[in-house]
Ligand binder design. Structure first.
Ligand code: AMP
Ligand code: ZN
Length: 469
């Protein structure tokens, strides 16, 4: 399996720290609003990476945090006149709902920054003790960037170039830094902000230290994969490396993976420009699976453009897969339970090539675009090589194959059987007859049966109306 590593700018063979296991950390969202479709890209991409590792037999320990203390959260709390944790808890719950809609599995652990302050105090103290950090007069703790020789190794930036850029950008209040490159580990509270006690001042952590500490606590000093959107390479991930490697004395993450950005109509997503969609906006118009399928139709390192036409294309593509599986299910319900013919055995052997192609695409730095192309080839194979004569065993094997590949992509292909309108009408008539005959038990049973299938009945003056729940 090869992974493109931002650290080395190369595709490298994946060698886990512990054979058969993957320890991975994915930077999660700051929770002050409903997540937007850009935030959904890393969630879907890295959930698929996790699923593929599992498909290849690895045990994956997947940690993804919620940043629940931040200027934007505090600002929103002040606007609404509530505590910051009311805002963060609300949007964590909403984010989890969106993840479930997109079939993004919950992480092994979802740590929250505010629950991990103790570990942050410890790591900051260690950095101060070892000369990697210092305390300014007002109690702010800064990381001493020049104390870490490898600074810049992830973003491939040169310290002197960085410094040149920073000198002209020095903002007021930052003059207590020894060096413009230094960044905050702990900062004093302002009036009305949440705070924690520390040896340096009552205050709160900087953003970067949160991830270094949560990763250490749940995965250990050295991890296999650290991931997030490409905007996090600098400074967030560069700073995480400086903190973790200086404090732990070990290489931090072996592989750094970054997804490219999602744009809308070829422009950067921006609230003020009016081209901004939450996941909630999109899934009110499309099946959430279409959004997931759309995200995986491009390689995760390619910029992806969101537009109505591309979503339509994704909808049609997904439909082809769902229809093939639905046809298989129909044939399966009628198929004969007999031995496979020699011909069927031969065909199944042939069909294996699509799984091989799927795996080859995913082994090549998780090329989901090519992996989906392999699923389409399997769809075509199924459509041409199954019919009313096929045996149950043969159809089941093909069903299992396409279900397994779709499952790696997080696509649910076995849709709940929808009742046909005619069948619903027939049951409603039967219920009316039962009511007329005063057989209320039967009438209620029919109502229950329909409800189970997602059909809600309403008795109105004009007669019985029904709708899909
Ligand atoms: P944030 O809440 O801004 O820290 O973002 C959470 C995650 O979403 C990070 O991994 C970001 O890199 C990622 N992200 C934010 N905007 C986009 C976008 N437009 N396209 C892809 N990823 C994004
Ligand atoms: Zn992070």
């Amino acid at each position: 399996m090869k992974i493109y590593n931002t650290l080395t700018k190369k595709k490298e063979e994946f060698v886990p720290i512990t054979p058969g296991e993957v320890k991975m950390y994915v930077c999660g969202p700051t929770v002050y609003n409903l997540i937007h479709i850009g935030n959904a890209r890393p969630m879907i991409v890295f959930d698929t990476v996790r699923r593929y590792f599992e498909h290849r037999g690895y045990k994956v320990n997947y940690v993804s945090n919620f940043t629940d203390v931040d200027d934007k959260i505090i600002k929103k709390a002040i606007e609404e006149g509530v505590d910051a944790d009311v805002i963060s808890e609300r949007y964590i719950a909403e984010c989890k709902k969106d993840m479930a809609s997109l079939n993004v599995r919950p992480a092994t652990v979802h740590p929250q920054a505010t629950q991990e302050i103790c570990g942050m105090l410890e790591m900051i103290q260690k950095l101060i003790d070892d000369g990697h950090a210092y305390v300014a007069d007002d109690g702010t703790v800064y990381y001493r960037v020049r104390s870490f020789r490898d600074y810049g190794k992830l973003s491939h930036k040169n310290l002197d170039d960085l410094e040149g850029g920073k000198r002209s950008l020095l903002v007021s209040g930052e003059d207590q830094k020894e060096d413009p490159l230094d960044f905050v580990l702990w900062k004093p509270k302002k009036e009305g902000e949440p705070y924690w006690e520390s040896p340096w001042c009552n205050g709160r952590p900087g953003w970067h230290i949160e991830c270094s500490v949560m990763s250490k606590k749940y995965l250990g000093d050295e991890i296999d994969i650290h991931a997030g959107g490409e905007d996090l390479i600098f400074p967030h991930h560069e700073n995480e490396i400086a903190q973790s490697e200086a404090a732990n004395g070990k290489p931090f993450a072996h592989y750094w993976m970054h997804n490219a950005f999602l744009n809308i109509d070829n422009r950067k997503m921006s609230k003020s420009a009016g081209n901004f969609f939450t996941v909630r906006d999109i899934i009110s118009k499309y099946d959430p699976q279409v959004l997931r399928f759309f995200m995986l139709s491009a390689h995760y390192r390619s910029p992806l453009n969101f537009s109505a036409e591309l979503m339509e294309a994704a909808k049609n593509g997904l439909e082809r897969i769902l229809t093939a599986v639905s046809n298989l299910n129909f044939l399966l319900s009628k198929a004969e339970d007999r031995e496979m013919t020699e011909e069927e055995k031969k065909l199944l052997e042939e069909a294996k090539v699509y799984t091989t192609r799927f795996d080859e695409a995913m082994d090549d730095d998780f090329n989901t675009a090519d992996a989906i192309a392999a699923i389409f080839e399997l769809v075509k194979f199924i459509n041409t090589n199954t019919n009313g004569e096929s045996s149950k065993a043969y159809l089941s094997a093909l069903h299992e194959q396409i279900r397994e590949l779709s499952d790696v992509c997080g696509l649910i292909v076995d849709q709940k059987e929808e009742m046909l309108d005619a069948d619903i009408e027939k049951l409603i008539e039967e219920r009316q007859a039962a009511r007329k005959a005063k057989d209320f038990a039967r009438a209620d049973a029919i109502r229950g049966e329909l409800l189970e299938k997602g059909i809600v009945l309403e008795d109105t003056r004009e007669g019985v109306k029904w709708k899909r729940a």
